[in-house]
Design a binder for this molecule. Structure first.
Ligand code: KG4
Ligand code: ZN
Length: 335
């Protein structure tokens, strides 16, 4: 059994996983503290992690009916993410692991999103193509083994989740933007407004900043009253443009490889339109689609424990000098 801690952004998470079985997966969301700022304030996130982390770990152990002594190792997100937020989780994990002379498993957050697919129910085996779309990252991962992945394309500017968050702010829909835009879009016409879908970027790379700029101009031209009146149509059209690009790049990657299955990961994988459209793509191409439950799409620690199963543990005391990393160390692209 593995105890995992994840504090890379604004969710304080701890989980207990036994093999592919999730025994507990606790997420304490800080969204309400960040909402009024329209996005995550890093220093506020670190302070809340510090206040919440011990209680969240205790809750994860209690729900799993496990003791710290039962854990074979302590897994923790080492990066990428907000550096102060990561340091709270990493220091906590080091302290717990050292006190019990247990191994520590430092996990890459993006490997965690991929590894969510290895968990029950219905674990997926490599090889598969995985679209990771979150608040901080958008990339196409080619997964040939449990312990690593190749990056086939990534965003050249904003992440897909960031586009949702910025779009929601422009439309006065609050934070986090993805669920807010999805909800507002329900009553809207996705063909009402024409937004650009960046397709000319290098092969499998993504770009969302032009789309955001386009919404800025739309909102400015419409003015506050008309924006309010057309909010559902704007949200639906904007969401459609993001999903169009994600699905187009997925299609391109799927057709240029020999992947038998497609999986989605990251917070944007919770999006209903993206899930439906990826299902249609898989039907069209005759591929298997793996969709993890929403609770395993958005940030959580069960996915970190899942990745830890396929990552080399570090024995006590060799991890005591380990540091967190804020940006993606894996930015070297696959040939
Ligand atoms: O993976 P995640 O929880 O955290 C990061 O690693 O960033 O992803 C958070 C992102 C946010 O940008 C949020 O707006 C987006 O995922 N998101 C969604 C939905 N739920 C969360 N985007 C679109 N539709 C959703 N239903
Ligand atoms: Zn994430």
């Amino acid at each position: 059994m593995i105890l995992a801690i994840e504090t890379s952004c604004d969710d304080t998470c701890a989980a207990v996983v036994d093999g592919a079985r999730v025994l507990s997966n606790i997420v304490s969301s800080q969204a309400k503290f960040h909402e009024r700022f329209g996005g995550v304030v890093p220093e506020v996130a670190s302070r809340h992690h510090l206040e919440l982390v011990n209680a969240v770990i205790a809750a994860a152990l209690e729900e799993a009916e496990a003791e710290l002594a039962d854990a074979e190792s302590i897994a923790v997100t080492q990066g990428p993410g907000l550096i102060g937020a990561l340091l709270v989780g990493l220091s906590t994990a080091k302290a717990i692991a050292a006190a019990h002379r247990k191994p520590l498993v430092p996990v890459d957050h993006l490997h965690g999103h991929v590894a969510a697919n290895f968990l029950e129910p219905d674990p997926l085996e490599p090889p598969f193509l995985c679209l990771i779309a979150s608040g901080g990252h958008t990339l196409l991962a080619g997964v040939r083994e449990h312990g690593s992945f190749e990056t086939h394309g990534s965003t050249v500017d904003d992440a897909a989740g960031e586009a949702f968050d910025k779009g929601a702010r422009l439309l006065g829909l609050g934070y986090p933007g993805g669920p807010a835009i999805q909800k507002a879009a329900e009553g809207g016409d996705p063909r009402a407004f024409d937004f650009p879908v960046a397709m000319s970027e290098r092969g499998l790379d993504f770009s969302f900043s032009g789309l955001k700029t386009s919404l800025v101009y739309r909102v400015r031209d419409l003015g506050p009253e008309e924006t309010e009146r057309h909010r559902a149509d704007l949200a639906a059209s904007f969401q459609r443009a993001i999903v169009d690009q994600l699905v187009a790049k997925l299609r391109r990657a799927a057709r240029s490889g020999d992947w038998p299955a497609i999986a989605l990961g990251g917070g944007v994988a919770a999006n209903a339109e993206l899930r439906e459209r990826t299902q249609s793509l898989c039907d069209e191409l005759g591929l298997r689609l793996k969709l993890v439950p929403i609770s395993l799409c958005t940030d959580n620690a069960a996915m970190i424990a899942s990745a830890a199963r396929f990552t080399e543990p570090i024995a006590y005391p060799d991890y005591l000098g380990f540091d967190a990393f804020a940006t993606d160390r894996r930015s070297v692209r696959a040939a």
